[in-house]
Design a binder for this molecule. Structure first.
Ligand code: ADP
Length: 546
């Protein structure tokens, strides 16, 4: 027997309509590429997203066609999110930090028809446009007076002229909620980029899940700053979560340095922000070295790579800011787990609470997870046994765009997505990533977690950044070393840091064999440490005594 409830497809246009109607005057504030601060409201966002949809109709773009963006976090990018998907086209966010060759490859693979870019990326577009024959329209996300006369890009228009003459009325079409809404390629730290194609249904459900109190806990009372780029897994879905709850949004634009972020946070009274650990490290350095405080921020979402315990501790103890440590990936939309304590854990002493907070957290309703051993058998949830992390749920990917399905079947024939991460899960359901499977260090048949080694180094006051990799060893297969960037002006020797590892819960054989001081750790397109590059940089390195 079927239920007798209204069968309304879950579409991203619902989120925009809701925000415009119920939170019409709530501000959306953006730092623009030009450097000035732009302000408008959800009502304006809706009107301009409709103008954009009319412009796309006007050029005869078909349902399902891809519209790409190369842009920072800002109001025009948000209009693209809603105007493109709402009118049944597919929003494809490109990561501007990729190599131009890789970018052209992705544009051709996606068969993008329109490409909208911030002026920061004009030189990049000039370099690749001739290699992208599928793109029929290039659009500069700028005011008319900023459009260069001689860009060399055929038919280039400025966004304002493109949508300016269009009507602000548009009836969002109704269609199957499983229709594609967004396309995002993995950043390729683990090989060739692959496309995850999100549906309207997965996007809306992910926004519901993300807003929950035990997830990111977002409400109409928040002032939210997505620092994580909108080209990195849709800024973790925050532009959708924001509309779902109708909160104020503050976009940092291209200015991601500690000073600019801090000043905007204070000026706009940001209550929650989200980004990768490297960004927060820069912010903390700025705030600490200038003796500043946060006057409105109460929590920050940190994910994308493991958040060092020292960072969680500093935010909490020095600034009264809760860190929500979160885990996810492009293929999981991305929110999978968020670390928030349970009621029974609130009375634990601070050190025990910190030991929980450093974990990647509990599954959000909608995400199911397992850890399995090499034999495919489930590992116990005891916080010690580790295995390959598998996930499933309505916002987890099934098949790559124009590619294969990586899912593995369980005994009941249900498909699970293999994350490529190795993790433990404790009896309370808190998952902790020990490593990416390719970064695990295998020493004498035992595994050493590179994340544990990095976390300890990051706890040393002289260390700005640390990356642990395995080096070939004739007897042990691999031995860990740690590459370290010192804080400016700080003194630290190899021996001091190795000594610092003692008494930190590591067995003797888990302590790194060597410390290599480097100027910088190579970062990938999404601000994560690029260990493949680090291994390459250190290819002539020899372990002590070999
Ligand atoms: P890519 O795989 O191209 O780097 P993703 O952004 O999809 O792009 O990266 C997902 C991966 O990032 C996860 O599989 C995991 O290894 C890592 N990751 C994400 N969040 C965390 C976290 N909180 N702690 C540790 N690792 C994380």
């Amino acid at each position: 027997m079927l239920g007798l409830m209204q069968n309304q497809p879950l579409l991203t246009s619902m989120l925009l309509d809701f925000a415009a109607r119920h939170h019409g005057d709530t501000p959306i504030v953006s730092r623009r590429v030009e450097g000035d601060i732009h302000r408008y409201t959800y009502r304006d966002l809706a009107a301009r997203s409709k103008q954009l949809a009319n412009a796309l109709d006007g050029m005869g773009l078909a349902a399902g066609d891809r519209v790409a963006s190369l842009a920072w976090n800002g109001y025009r990018h948000m209009e693209l999110y809603y105007g493109v998907s709402g009118s049944e086209r597919v929003m494809h966010t490109l990561n501007p930090r990729l190599h131009p060759e890789q970018m052209a490859w992705i544009i051709n693979h996606a068969e993008d028809k329109v490409l909208c870019f911030d002026m920061t990326f004009l030189p990049l577009v000039q370099a690749i446009h001739a290699k992208c024959p599928t793109v029929k329209q290039w659009v500069a996300l700028c005011d008319a007076d900023k459009l260069p006369a001689d860009s060399g890009i055929p038919g280039l228009v400025d966004y304002e002229a493109w949508i300016g003459g269009q009507k602000t009325d548009y009836a969002w079409p109704q269609f199957d909620e499983n229709t594609a809404a967004g396309l995002c390629y993995t950043s390729g730290t683990t090989g060739n980029p692959k496309g995850a194609l999100y549906s309207h249904r997965s996007t809306v459900l992910h926004a519901y899940g993300g807003a929950l109190p035990d997830a990111l806990n977002v409400s109409a009372r928040d002032s939210m700053m997505p620092v994580v780029p909108m080209f990195h897994v849709n800024a973790w879905g925050l532009p959708y979560v924001a509309a779902l709850v109708g909160c104020k949004v503050v976009f940092p634009g291209p200015a991601m340095d500690g000073k600019s972020l801090y000043e905007l946070m204070e000026a706009e009274q940001v209550t929650m922000a989200a980004g990768v650990p490297t960004i927060w490290q820069m912010l903390l350095t700025h705030v600490q070295s200038n003796g500043l405080k946060f006057s409105s921020m109460n929590r920050t979402v940190i994910g994308g790579s493991a958040c060092p315990p020292a960072m969680i501790d500093t935010f909490r103890e020095e600034f009264g800011i809760d860190v929500l440590h979160a885990w996810g990936m492009t293929e999981t939309s991305p929110l999978g787990t968020v670390c928030t304590l349970k009621n029974k854990q609130l009375s634990l002493p601070p050190a025990q609470q910190l030991a929980i907070r450093v974990k990647q957290g509990r599954a959000i309703f909608g995400v199911d997870m397992r850890i399995v051993g090499d034999d495919g058998q489930d590992q116990p949830w005891d916080g010690k046994a580790y295995g390959d992390l598998l996930v499933r749920g309505p916002w987890i990917m099934d098949t790559y765009f124009k590619g294969a399905s990586p899912l593995v079947e369980d005994a009941q024939g249900r498909g699970w997505f293999p994350t490529g991460d190795v993790a433990t899960i404790d009896a309370d359901g808190f998952m902790q990533i020990t490593d990416r499977s390719k970064d695990v260090i295998k020493s004498g048949g035992e595994w050493i977690s590179s994340i544990d080694i990095e976390n300890i180094a990051m706890g040393h006051p002289a260390v700005a950044m640390a990356a642990c990799i395995g080096m070939p060893h004739p007897k042990w297969d691999e031995r860990p070393i740690v590459a370290v960037v010192k804080k400016p002006g700080a003194q630290l020797t190899r021996e001091e840091l190795l000594k610092f590892y003692e008494g930190k819960g590591q067995a003797k054989w888990q302590i790194p064999d060597d410390v290599v001081f480097v100027e910088a750790i190579p970062l990938g397109a999404t601000g994560k440490m690029l260990k493949t590059k680090l291994r390459e940089d250190l290819k002539d390195y020899k372990l002590p005594g070999l």
